[in-house]
Design a binder for this molecule. Structure first.
Ligand code: ADP
Length: 203
């Protein structure tokens, strides 16, 4: 009997991990501007849900507390958005590199992702001094009007949720995929570190 070839993975992916204020959204957007890259943020996906809908209301409440949305909902919405982006021709998998910002955030999400994607590299954006990140979040709250960045207790809760889930989630991927990027450096140095890592790993 002729073996059926394995179904090719739909997505080639770069993962961005980082606590609130680490800049993963900013760097994700910058990478998404490069030809052949497509950036997708689950945080933005949730922030754009219609708050008049039951689902939108429920998720908004969860975000206000600094907690995560349920895994199944995160995965289903993520798939729907990427299917739509593929359908309208703004995203071309598997040719385009998908830059994922904020997904996966839990072990079940990691397994869901692995079923449909090949992870090429994981950029772990962080720094030793979390107070630098708190400072950046305060600035962002004022500049962008993000309600989840305005409240100190919610920020601390989001750091705690990040620390609780990240190591467990990263454990679902081989160690050698992970590159640590120190975000306490100035932007041009961070850009250099990210570019060098991607040039090495995606060549
Ligand atoms: P941050 O990393 O600064 O918390 P994000 O924009 O990535 O900001 O996420 C904002 C919020 O959206 C999270 O606190 C969480 O409530 C929700 N969220 C984002 N991504 C996910 C995900 N993959 N699973 C569950 N909830 C998520």
């Amino acid at each position: 009997m002729i073996a059926t070839p394995a179904k090719p993975a739909a997505y080639n992916v770069v993962l961005l991990f980082g606590p609130p204020g680490s800049g993963k959204g900013t760097w994700g957007k910058i990478l998404g501007m490069m030809p052949g890259f497509y950036h997708f943020s689950t945080g933005e996906m949730f922030r754009h849900l219609n708050v008049e809908s039951d689902l939108g209301k429920r998720i908004m409440e969860t975000m206000r507390r600094g907690e995560l949305a349920p895994d199944e909902i995160a995965f289903d919405l993520w798939q729907q958005h990427l299917n739509n982006a593929t359908l309208i021709g703004s995203f071309h998998p598997p040719k385009d590199i998908l830059v994922l910002d904020g997904f996966p955030r839990t072990p079940p999400q990691a397994e869901m992702l692995k079923a449909v994607a090949v992870v090429k590299v994981i950029l772990q954006l962080d720094c030793a001094d979390r107070e630098i990140l708190v400072e950046r979040l305060h600035k962002r709250a004022v500049l962008e009007g993000r309600h989840d960045d305005a409240n100190e207790a919610v920020i601390r809760r989001r750091f705690a949720v990040y620390d609780r889930d990240t190591a467990k989630t990263l454990a679902h991927f081989p160690d050698d995929l992970i590159a640590f990027i120190d975000v306490s450096l100035v932007p041009v140095q961070i850009l250099a570190a990210i570019s060098q890592t991607l040039a090495r790993r995606l060549a």
